[in-house]
Design a protein. Structure first.
Length: 340
C-alpha cells in the first residue's frame, strides 16, 4: 500500500513509463510535479498525500498552463482529510479533478474512466439523456411512470433526460436496473482543459495585456508582438506565450511535425543574469519541458555579454525585442539562435 508522496510519485512514474509515456523531471517547488505525454495526450500532474492541501494559487496557474498547452490537469492523491480516496471516484478541488492512483491506473491501462463524482451531500453521476429517453419509450413508460419506479419527481426525470442535472448514484443504479441498460456517462479526465475565463488574445488594448504587471516588461513586449501571454510565479518558467501560425509561416519556421499544437512557446525571464550556474540549471528544466510539450523555449536577458544561447536554449536580448515587428519575426529569430 502506498503510504507517502515519494512512493506515490515513484509508482506514477513507473506506470507512465511502462505504458509508453514520455515523462518530465519532477519539479518539487513548482505548482505542478510532472508532465507526461503519449501521442496527443499531455498530462499535468500534481501529486499530494492529502488533496485538501492543494494551494488555490497553484491551481490557478495549473489551469492557465493547461489552457495554453491543451493539457489535462489532474491531482493524484491518497486521501481527503482522514478518508482514503475511493477507486473510480472523481473528487474536485478548486475546479481540478482529484483521483486516487488506482483510478489513474484504470484509465491509463484499461481505458476505464470513472463515472462517479464526489460532491457535497454524496455521490453523483451524469445521465445520458438520449439513452434514458430511448429506453423509456421502448418500454412504453411515461416520464411519470419511470419517475414513480425510480422514486423521483416527474420534473426531476425530465431534467435527467435534458441533461440539466446530475443524478444521485443510487438513483442511477435503480434506473439502469429498471431499463436493463447503462445510462451513465464516463468522466473523461483526459479531455484537454479549456476555460473561457482564461483569455490569451493579444491586443494592445486588451485587458490581458493591461493586467500584466509593469515590472514584467518582457511579457508585455511579447504581448505587444501579438502573442497571447500567461505569466506564472510557481513554475520552472516565468511566462508562456502562444501565437497563431498559418501553414506558410509554419513551413518557413521549419518546425518538425509535432505531437501537439506547434504554436506553443515557453519563455523564461530571469532577474539574476550574472549567476551562470543558475541559468544553466534553468536551461536544463526548459529543455526538459520543451521536449514533453513540443514547444520552443528561450531566455530574454539584458546582459549583452551573454552568448546567443545557454546550453542550447536561445537567448534574446531585451533591446532586440524593440526591433522585432511581430510574432512571426520573433519566431524566426528564435529559430536562427537555436540553429546557431
Amino acid at each position: 500500500m502506498i503510504k507517502n508522496r515519494t512512493q506515490l510519485i515513484k509508482e506514477i512514474y513507473q506506470l507512465l513509463n511502462k505504458e509508453g509515456f514520455e515523462t518530465s523531471n519532477v519539479y518539487e517547488q513548482s505548482c505542478f510535479d510532472l508532465l507526461a505525454r503519449k501521442k496527443l495526450l499531455l498530462l499535468i500532474l500534481k501529486v499530494l498525500v492529502n488533496i485538501d492541501s492543494i494551494n488555490e494559487a497553484h491551481v490557478k496557474e495549473i489551469r492557465q498552463i493547461s489552457q495554453v498547452f491543451l493539457a489535462s490537469p489532474i491531482i493524484v492523491g491518497l486521501k481527503s482529510k482522514n478518508h482514503i480516496l475511493e477507486e473510480d471516484v472523481v473528487y474536485e478541488r478548486y475546479g481540478l479533478p482529484a483521483i486516487s492512483f488506482e483510478t489513474l491506473k484504470n484509465m491509463i491501462i484499461y481505458d476505464e474512466y470513472p463515472e462517479i463524482l464526489a460532491d457535497r451531500g454524496g455521490y453523483y453521476v451524469k445521465i445520458n439523456g438520449d439513452v434514458l429517453k430511448e429506453y423509456r419509450e421502448e418500454y412504453s413508460l411515461s416520464l411519470k411512470d419511470l419517475a414513480n419506479l425510480a422514486h423521483v419527481s416527474r420534473a426531476t426525470m425530465h431534467k435527467y433526460e435534458n441533461g440539466s442535472v446530475r443524478a444521485n448514484a443510487e438513483t442511477a443504479m435503480d434506473l439502469e436496473r429498471i431499463l436493463n441498460t447503462k445510462i451513465t456517462l464516463d468522466i473523461d479526465l483526459f479531455e484537454p482543459y479549456r476555460e473561457e475565463d482564461i483569455k490569451l488574445k493579444a491586443d494592445l488594448n486588451d485587458k490581458n495585456i493591461q493586467n500584466i504587471p509593469l515590472s514584467h516588461d518582457n511579457a508585455r513586449n511579447l504581448a505587444k508582438l501579438g502573442f497571447g501571454v500567461v505569466s506564472t510565479n510557481k513554475s520552472p518558467f516565468d511566462t508562456l506565450a502562444k501565437a497563431e501560425i498559418n501553414k506558410k509561416d509554419l513551413n518557413d519556421f521549419n518546425k518538425k511535425e509535432s505531437k501537439s499544437d506547434p504554436r506553443l512557446m515557453a519563455n523564461l525571464n530571469t532577474p539574476n543574469e550574472n549567476n551562470t550556474k543558475k541559468l544553466k540549471k534553468m536551461a536544463v528544466s526548459l529543455k526538459d519541458l520543451s521536449l514533453i510539450t513540443s514547444s520552443e523555449s528561450f531566455f530574454i536577458l539584458k546582459d549583452k555579454k551573454i552568448n546567443n544561447s545557454i546550453d542550447g536554449i536561445p537567448v534574446i536580448k531585451s533591446w532586440e525585442m524593440k526591433e522585432v515587428e511581430d510574432s512571426q519575426e520573433f519566431l524566426k529569430l528564435i529559430k536562427e539562435r537555436k540553429n546557431n
